[in-house]
Design a protein around this ligand. Structure first.
Ligand code: FAD
Length: 497
């Protein structure tokens, strides 16, 4: 380990590896510190298309994920709400997830997280495992480094310009950002989960779907991880906690018997009792959001910042999307383009917006007296778009609500963006002089604005009708830069008087 670094990332999970890779790819010096030796167990196995295809593409792991042959997830099958019959949705129902982007994966996190961490190494991140960050170092009101200790117990201080806390929900580093961790008053559930071999599958082509089945005490997830292995977990409502007291094995068996759909799927299955999947685990107190996401020198991403609830698998999406937003802010300030406040307020605003969309939708989704049409309609209300209810629902639960091109049309993204914005740059910066035209007028701010507006129409044409990301999400806000890895003033913003 050598220092100083531009950025120290705490945590080797998906959020840490995403932010570390996206910052190192811009040439900055990044140290990523992980407490465990990988592969390590983690829950959070059902992913969204926006993560697999969008973030995967930005990280450069698409082919590797394909080679890993994870179970392909087309969507979800739900026994939920007033309707006693299970209903199924497919990501392909939204135009945002067209073609190859219309599926996601169910992943064994030990393998998935290892792929992302190794990929960070390949992109120049210095990764150290079995090393624990104990605290941050502060000077003059800002964070300037971390205190860590490696496997041999040696404790030392490492200096850097920014610390990213991506250490999940078990460390205390997030406390140093200031403000409190606000636990949800609505989501106060407990999860009890284990692994089974020989569980049945839904009929093709939905055999890779996540199954979610509600019952009196809460709901079950049923996630096919391989042909043989299934992750099965009960999310138990606060009023039913007496159902999970005592022996975990007995409690899980009891809950399965209470839920006919899951009992039937597991009729021929046996619980795994050895290895990393052999334990029945419990998780609680996992629904919260930090009052602040950053302060000078310190930024929180992933579970260190917030998590809502396992239903609809938003955890890894929020963790990696938040990491992309943080990486843009880090790259922007490290290059000296903008001040910290401008860059990181953009990160925090957009991160909170995505959290809020999921949160508000999920609160309504827990109302079991509705049918699926009401849930779809609620998604449309949360998104406030012109799309149909079904399209809005799929867009939201696929991770595409932010309308970020990088997350929803990754194939065409880089090429389209590069070409279209180059055209824009040419028009704005080198106006073509024609005979009889006034040189001063052409270079004036007004002329540039007119040119930018014209160029925007061209960008619009090149990228289809999905141009939401060229509009700031708040007055005076920023938009993703042409390369997608920084922030920039929006097209059409007057940059000079
Ligand atoms: P993590 O994956 O937790 O990674 C953090 C890393 O930091 C760990 O490897 C840890 O060892 C390391 N670390 C911790 N402290 C330190 C330290 N002091 N120094 C150095 N390293 C440290 N999400 C989904 O997308 N799909 C699902 O189906 C899903 N199901 C879930 C079910 C349950 C019951 C729960 C509770 C969550 C579920 N989630 C799901 C959420 C998902 O688990 C998390 O959102 C996701 O793992 C967050 O990723 P992360 O990178 O922020 O943190």
């Amino acid at each position: 380990m050598s220092d100083p670094y531009d950025v120290v990332v705490v945590g080797g999970g998906p959020s840490g590896s995403t932010v570390a890779t996206l910052v190192a790819r811009q040439g900055h010096r990044v140290l990523q510190v992980e407490r465990e030796r990988f592969p390590r167990y983690q829950i959070g196995e059902s992913l969204l298309p926006a993560t697999v295809h969008g973030i995967g593409k930005l990280l450069g792991v698409t082919e590797e994920l394909e080679r890993a042959r994870f179970v392909v997830k087309r969507g979800g099958t739900f026994r939920w709400g007033r309707n006693p019959t299970p209903w199924t949705f497919s990501f392909g129902a939204s135009p945002r997830f067209a073609g190859d982007s219309s599926t996601a994966y169910q992943v064994e996190r030990m393998r998935f997280d290892q792929i992302l961490l190794d990929n960070a190494r390949r992109h120049g991140v210095e990764v150290v495992e079995e090393t624990t960050v104990h605290d941050v170092v502060e000077e003059d009101g800002g964070v300037v480094g971390v205190v860590l200790s490696s496997a041999d117990g040696r404790r030392r201080e490492v200096r850097c310009r920014w610390v990213v806390d991506a250490s999940g929900n078990t460390s205390r580093i997030h406390q140093r950002v200031g403000g409190r961790r606000r636990y949800s008053e609505f989501f106060r559930n407990l999860a009890l989960f284990g692994y089974f071999e020989g569980g049945r599958r839904m009929p093709a082509p939905n055999q890779g779907n996540i199954v979610a089945a509600a019952f009196d005490s809460g709901w079950f997830w049923y996630i096919p991880l391989t042909d043989e292995l299934t992750s099965v977990g009960a999310v138990v409502l606060p009023e039913a906690l007496d159902r999970v007291r005592g022996d975990r094995e007995e409690a899980l068996t009891r809950l399965i018997q209470d839920c006919p759909m899951i009992a039937e799927l597991l009729a021929d299955a046996r619980r795994v009792t050895e290895g990393p999947y052999g334990e029945i685990r419990v998780r609680k107190d996992y629904s919260y959001i930090q009052e602040r996401f950053w302060r000078p020198g310190l930024v929180l991403t992933g579970d260190a910042a917030c998590f809502i609830d396992p239903v609809f698998s938003s955890g890894v999406h929020l963790a990696t999307y938040g990491a992309l937003l943080a990486a843009r802010s880090l790259n922007t300030v490290l290059r000296g383009d903008l001040d910290d406040t401008t860059a990181f307020e953009e990160f925090e605003t957009r991160y909170r917006m995505e959290y809020t969309r999921f949160h508000d939708f999920l609160v309504g989704f827990y109302d079991m007296h509705q049918d699926e049409e009401s849930y779809f309609w609620r998604a449309k209300k949360v998104l406030g778009r012109q799309a149909t209810s079904m399209e809005s629902f799929v867009e939201l639960v696929g991770g595409g609500a932010s309308a970020e091109l990088a997350l929803v049309t990754p194939e065409a993204y880089a090429a389209q963006r590069q070409a279209a914005f180059q055209e824009l740059a040419d028009i704005v910066d080198q106006p073509v002089e024609r005979e009889g035209e006034d040189r001063d007028l052409l270079s004036s701010a007004l002329a540039k604005d007119v040119a930018r507006a014209g160029a925007r129409i061209q960008v619009h044409a090149a990228t289809g009708d999905n141009l939401d990301e060229t509009r700031p999400v708040r007055p005076g806000g920023l938009v993703p830069s042409a390369d997608g890895f920084h922030w920039a003033p929006p097209v059409g913003a007057t940059t000079e008087g």
